[in-house]
Design a protein around this ligand. Structure first.
Ligand SMILES: [Zn+2]
Length: 375
């Protein structure tokens, strides 16, 4: 099935290229603001509403007059800036409030290109950008699909790092497994499955959280408005971006592995879990869970697998073997029932999720030992 997906790659421009890329965004930002201003004034003075086509018609001469500024950059990329103004304008008219604002160049982070026009993928696997001499090194951490059609590319700057986001149209043939699984969003682990797997939250995540708290304290000690505070703030932001990237990567792999093994994947309904537990450090877990469910949903949809949501109430209190309901406190890590069933607490809950979703337990009565695997 032909689909469009985004592939994001880290760029490693050299110092001279970085300077030029920064200059490019500054120029794009001033063009953006100038277009906005032109629209505002045309309306104020003459009651005219300027459209994209009118502004684009002027672009050629504007560029010719400014060879060391706007003239340096790709024509089609500059057109995209005008399109962006048009878009924010029509979004404003649709909303009826929130007039488009001028943008500070520190908050203007992205430029859109058409691949093959202004931005090219070179034979040496570098990325060529009009106005930036030499190819820009890219980290191709994963391959583009073999018969990919490339549409647009967005160059973006995030915490001082540059990325290229390529939109790719290709035939993404993905397959799912044949099993069914219930998943508990764990208390001890990140997730536990009804097949007895437990996947712990990666250790580097906990370490990173600790470092992040240290940076938070460092920020709190800095005087407001000081340079030191600005720096501490940047370090904090870079830290949370790193954590988010690592988490995303981990969850991508986890969801991929689940979809490749199962076609039916049942979860506790996240909107109802608040009823179930009042745990500490939930916000951290919550963010990971909702991202996992989101990634699973789209991977499952692509592969023809199914994600089901079940009522989470009492999943951790019910015995998956005999159905006896017995309350456990949060500290109890093992499910041990009078019927002889002994399971990891979260695995027992995952089995209940499985039963609620599919009507029967996995390998009912055969296995009662939980396993531990790495994600
Ligand atoms: Zn039991």
């Amino acid at each position: 099935m032909q689909q469009i997906r985004s592939y994001k790659y880290r760029l490693r421009p050299n110092r001279a290229q970085t300077t030029l890329l920064d200059a490019m965004l500054r120029d794009f930002c001033s063009l953006y603001n100038a277009c906005l201003q032109q629209r505002v004034e045309a309306y104020k003075r003459r009651g005219l509403t300027l459209r994209y086509a009118q502004q684009a018609a002027e672009l050629k001469s504007v560029r010719a007059e400014d060879p060391d500024g706007l003239g340096r950059w790709s024509f089609s990329a500059l057109q995209q800036v005008l399109r962006r103004v048009e878009q924010t304008y029509s979004a404003f008219f649709k909303r009826g409030h929130g007039f488009p604002r001028y943008r500070g160049s520190a908050r203007y982070h992205a430029a859109t290109f058409r691949v093959g026009d202004g931005l090219t993928l070179k034979k040496d696997r570098r990325i060529g950008v009009v106005g930036v001499p030499g190819g820009i090194k890219a980290v191709w951490h994963r391959d583009l699909p073999p018969d990919a059609k490339l549409g647009t590319a967005i160059l973006t700057r995030q915490q001082g790092r540059w990325y290229a986001v390529l939109s790719v149209e290709a035939d993404f043939a993905e397959t799912c497994g044949s099993g069914m699984v219930g998943i508990d969003l764990g208390l001890n682990s990140l997730i536990a499955t009804s097949d007895g797997e437990t996947v712990a939250a990666p250790r580097h995540a906990r370490k990173a959280q600790k470092a992040q708290r240290r940076r938070q304290r460092a920020l709190a000690r800095c005087r407001r408005g000081s340079r030191r505070r600005l720096k501490a703030k940047a370090r904090l932001a870079a830290g949370s971006a790193r954590i988010a990237r690592q988490r995303r990567d981990h969850l991508h792999k986890l969801s991929r592995s689940l979809v490749s093994r199962y076609w039916g994947i049942a979860f506790e309904d996240l909107n109802l879990t608040g009823l179930k537990r009042g745990m500490l450090a939930r916000s951290v877990h919550d963010a990971a869970w909702s991202l996992l469910v989101q990634l699973l949903r789209y991977k499952a949809a692509n592969a023809g697998a199914e994600v089901l949501m079940v009522d989470p109430r009492g999943t951790s209190q019910t015995c998956p073997e005999c159905g006896t309901v017995k309350a456990k406190t949060l500290g109890v890590r093992v499910h041990a029932c009078a019927c002889g069933c002994v399971l990891d607490r979260d695995v027992a809950a995952a089995r209940i999720v499985h039963q609620r979703a599919f009507g029967l337990g996995p390998g009912h009565g055969l296995r009662c030992v939980s396993g531990r695997v790495a994600a």
